[in-house]
Design a protein around this ligand. Structure first.
Ligand SMILES: *Cc1c(COP(=O)(O)O)cnc(C)c1O
Length: 461
């Protein structure tokens, strides 16, 4: 299996190299040359199996010969061993034909753990074998950073630097990043919004001299391996509810379009998904784009679902690459226009997106009302991101079972939950002393040269 850049002007790589690289050298994102198919019988045979076994069967064809079967099975087993639920991604029912997929039972209580725990194991095996070290730099709106630090803390072959927007992540998110004491992890509080953090990260990748000097590696959802890990739970959930014998739909609280893009890949592999519903908060560039065909950036308005406070959805480029018939030059041009504020989709591209994707947005009031309502009707406590999903899903309920992704544990966002329901959700036992642990915070300016210097100084040679 080979991986190509969405901008058509970077080296073609194996799974392992695409994973270790992150962003392509032409600024594009890596995608598989073709999407492996699973037959009706193969999909039917997943039903009822342990999560790890489904993970192996779904991901194996994408990995090629990078790992032996035994190696890959062991990597998967280690990745999910630390989860706080035997099912890994359990389903609960909210209403007739509406289900919640709880993706928050990993060590940092958000769905990011599904990919990050796997990537930690993949990097460990791969770097050891090559005798190499890398510097991982990531940008986070809160959950990617905590998941990355948890996955890579203490590893010999990696130094991790996480840029998060100063003052704009929840206290639990911040503490998960700033309390690990290992010398190889660094939480950097940057002035600005998430989009600024992501922009500086991309600048570092595009500074090829720096990139080579520190052996830069990326674990943001621009990394293909992250998308791949997330494809698995679409299969586990859908087959638990009767696929492939009947279709299911998914609603996905969306920011960077990574999680929902994984659903798109599952659908391309043959999973009978009826609709993929994009749910946004008031930062609704994706909803506006799917409604009007115009992808135009706007100011970010901070919300109670901060992990979705995003105006530039990186992974949208991957689906555009498909609906523009894998024309890298066309994508490079759209991304150039984006620097000037935005672009208009071609009519053909918009129509193809609308065959698969539906979209909706939830205001702050609607999000809080949904949290309150679900608590009263079902006893399920939702985090604000999951509530955005549930609200939008309710507008699209139909004959196919609807599965809404619950992307974080409510205890990660206690202020919003308390505002909605009047009660503060407790942290799981293994995190109960989080508020007592001491923090290490480094404040950094929104400045490329300053960031690069800090990374040069702090990384272990
Ligand atoms: C990251 C995140 C999202 C958005 O996921 P994308 O893959 O960026 O679309 C939604 N909810 C939570 C809790 C998150 O951490």
């Amino acid at each position: 299996m080979r991986y190509h850049s969405t901008r058509g002007n970077a080296p073609v790589l194996t799974f392992e190299d695409a994973m270790l690289t992150g962003l392509a050298r032409d600024g594009g994102l890596y995608v598989p040359q073709s999407v492996p198919q699973m037959s009706y019988a193969q999909i039917a045979d997943l039903a009822g199996r342990p999560y790890e076994e489904i993970a192996f069967r779904v991901m194996r064809p994408f990995v090629g010969d990078t790992f032996s079967d035994d190696e890959f099975a062991e990597i998967i087993a280690k990745a999910y061993a630390g989860f706080g639920h035997d099912a890994r991604a359990p389903l609960v029912q909210l209403a007739p034909n509406h289900f919640l997929l709880e993706l928050f039972h990993g060590p940092t209580l958000a769905f990011k753990d599904f990919a990050m725990q796997l990537i930690g194991q993949l990097f460990e095996v791969s770097l050891k074998r090559r005798g190499k070290k890398v510097t991982i730099v990531g940008a986070t709106s809160g959950d990617t950073g905590s998941a990355a630090i948890e996955a890579f803390r203490g590893l010999e072959a990696v130094d991790v630097f996480i840029l998060y927007p100063h003052g704009r992540v929840s206290e639990v998110q911040r503490r998960q990043m700033t309390t690990p004491s290992e010398a190889n992890v660094h939480a950097l509080a940057m002035e600005g919004h998430f989009d600024d953090c992501q922009a500086r990260l991309k600048d570092m990748f595009n500074d090829h001299a720096f990139r080579d000097e520190v052996a830069l590696a990326g674990v943001n959802s621009i990394n293909w391996a992250r998308v791949l890990a997330q494809v698995v739970y679409y299969f586990s959930a859908a087959t638990a509810l009767g696929a492939p014998h009947r279709k299911v739909s998914f609603t996905v609280p969306t920011g960077n379009f990574g999680d929902i893009f994984a659903g798109y890949i599952a659908r391309k592999m043959g999973l009978p998904i009826d609709k993929l519903v994009v749910a946004t908060n008031q930062n609704d560039i994706l909803h506006r784009c799917l409604t009007t065909g115009a992808y135009r950036t706007d100011q970010v308005t901070p919300s109670i679902s901060p992990s979705m406070d995003i105006q530039v959805s990186s992974n949208f480029e991957r689906v555009l690459f498909d609906v523009y018939d894998r024309d890298g030059r066309a994508i490079a041009q759209l991304m150039d226009e984006l620097k000037g504020g935005g672009f208009d989709l071609s009519q053909g591209a918009l129509e193809r997106l609308r065959e698969i994707f539906v979209s909706g947005r939830a205001s702050e009031e609607e999000t809080l009302a949904t949290m309150r309502d679900m608590q009263n009707r079902t006893g399920e406590t939702l985090c604000p991101h999951s509530a955005v999903g549930v609200k939008v899903a309710q507008e699209d309920l139909g004959v196919s079972p609807m599965i809404t992704l619950a992307t974080a544990h409510p205890a990660k966002f206690p202020d919003a939950v308390e505002a909605a329901t009047g009660a503060r959700p407790p942290l799981p036992l293994w995190l109960a002393d989080l508020y007592e642990r001491s923090e290490r915070i480094t404040e950094v300016p929104n400045d490329l040269a300053a960031l690069e210097n800090l990374i040069r100084e702090r990384r272990r040679a």
